[in-house]
Design a protein. Structure first.
Length: 402
């Protein structure tokens, strides 16, 4: 979908058909490009425009869809209930942000004009895009971010803009998804990884529906145009190698994996047998076993060589080690934690189970957040690290079983 100041809703003619091989994530949501309609059976579209599967995905899934890139969602209008939902704000706090938005709205009446005014403010002030912004400690975190720290990543910018929009009566929502991808030139496909995760904004415009706004592009256009690796070279945590040879081997291996997955998910039973017969000829069982073993050991050898020459090992930071200990402490008591849960979500689960331990739980969360976000490259002293681990063990003994 084009940026908000270039939107032209006409006939939705910019259509792209695409195919996705999705790794299992134990949920029903599916990747969708823009406003998409499913081609594959057993896939639906939720009310808010997401592609969804009928069942949770516990194995690799291949599906096809058609993206209508020039079409906005919700052109027919919002119900009173929906409008109320997308205008919700906390009852108190962030008074400076509310006043700032009200003052700006008096001179920029329409939703689009107001959005452009916010863009000018964000672009002209000294805001910085970073994955290590530090912790916002006040009760008015929107005020603190917009007028004091001015450092953050996509979620900070998106959340703040939604708050300002809603405070002047413009329905708005934060959209969580992915932006950018890694191209594989061997097989001609794109891989989307977790480090491509992104957050942006949609505002409701009467007669046009939900219009996309990406505040990150106002302060760090290279994040949108070139990806997070180019925007934050010193903070990038995905695959990176200065060796063209190693990158080439990796592309070859990924392409082989892609072709295999595509074939396994696309062809069934007799179709696979016919393909093998065309590839290797009409051979008896003993010969086919030999061919399979040769392919298997060739693949294992290639993987071994790739790992042998890639000396760049990912080491866990102190913060990651502490999160691992914290998770193990809760899981030992029977609590189920999803892999993608943040330290804030883990702490909230612990608080819900044992509100009387709020002081201890909050302290542990604050210490881990400082280690993760204030300066991820720094390491705790032995005494600091031991103090947190001791408190986690103490909490483990006190917390009740699920």
């Amino acid at each position: 979908m084009p940026p908000f100041d270039e939107v032209s809703i006409k006939d939705g003619s910019a259509n792209i058909s695409y195919e996705v091989i999705l790794q299992p994530h134990d949920e029903t949501w599916l990747y969708g490009l823009g406003v998409s309609l499913p081609i594959t059976a057993d896939i639906g579209v939720s009310k808010d425009g997401r592609l969804v599967a009928k069942k949770k995905l516990h194995s690799q899934t291949l599906y096809k869809a058609n993206a209508q890139l020039n079409q906005a969602m919700g052109e027919l209008g919002l119900t009173k209930k929906e409008s109320k939902h997308y205008l919700q704000l906390p009852a108190t706090g962030n008074l400076k942000s509310r006043q700032f938005a009200q003052d700006l709205k008096t001179t920029h009446g329409s939703s689009i004009e107001f959005a452009r005014a916010l863009k000018r403010y964000i672009s002209e002030e000294e805001f910085y895009y970073t994955l290590s912004p530090g912790v916002l400690n006040s009760d008015s975190t929107i005020d603190e971010f917009l007028f004091e720290t001015k450092k953050g990543f996509c979620a900070h910018f998106a959340g703040s803009i939604v708050y300002l929009m809603r405070s002047v009566g413009i329905p708005a929502r934060v959209i969580l998804g992915y932006q950018g991808a890694e191209e594989n030139p061997v097989a001609g496909y794109y891989s989307v990884y977790q480090y491509n995760a992104h957050a942006w904004v949609e505002i409701w415009v009467e007669g046009s529906g939900w219009i996309r706004i990406d505040p990150t592009a106002w302060i760090s256009p290279e994040r949108i145009e070139q990806g997070v690796e180019s925007a934050l070279k010193n903070e990038f945590v995905g695959f990176s190698s200065g060796s063209s040879w190693l990158s080439s081997i990796r592309n070859q291996m990924n392409a082989l994996n892609y072709y295999w997955n595509d074939w396994m998910l696309s062809y069934k039973g007799d179709a696979q047998q016919e393909f093998i017969k065309e590839l290797f000829g009409d051979r008896d069982q003993a010969e086919m076993i030999g061919i399979y073993l040769a392919c298997f050991f060739t693949l294992i050898g290639a993987i071994f060589l790739t790992l042998l020459f890639d000396f760049k090992r990912v080491k866990l930071s102190d913060g990651q080690k502490l999160i691992k200990r914290y998770r193990m402490a809760l899981e030992s008591k029977g609590y189920e934690l999803k892999d993608a849960m943040s330290i804030k979500q883990i702490s909230q689960l612990a608080l819900t189970a044992c509100p009387h331990l709020a002081k201890d739980i909050d302290w542990i969360r604050e210490q881990i957040e400082k280690c993760l976000y204030v300066d991820p490259d720094s390491r705790f002293s032995k005494a600091e690290y031991r103090k947190v681990t001791v408190n986690i063990k103490k909490l483990s003994r006190q917390i009740s079983k699920a």
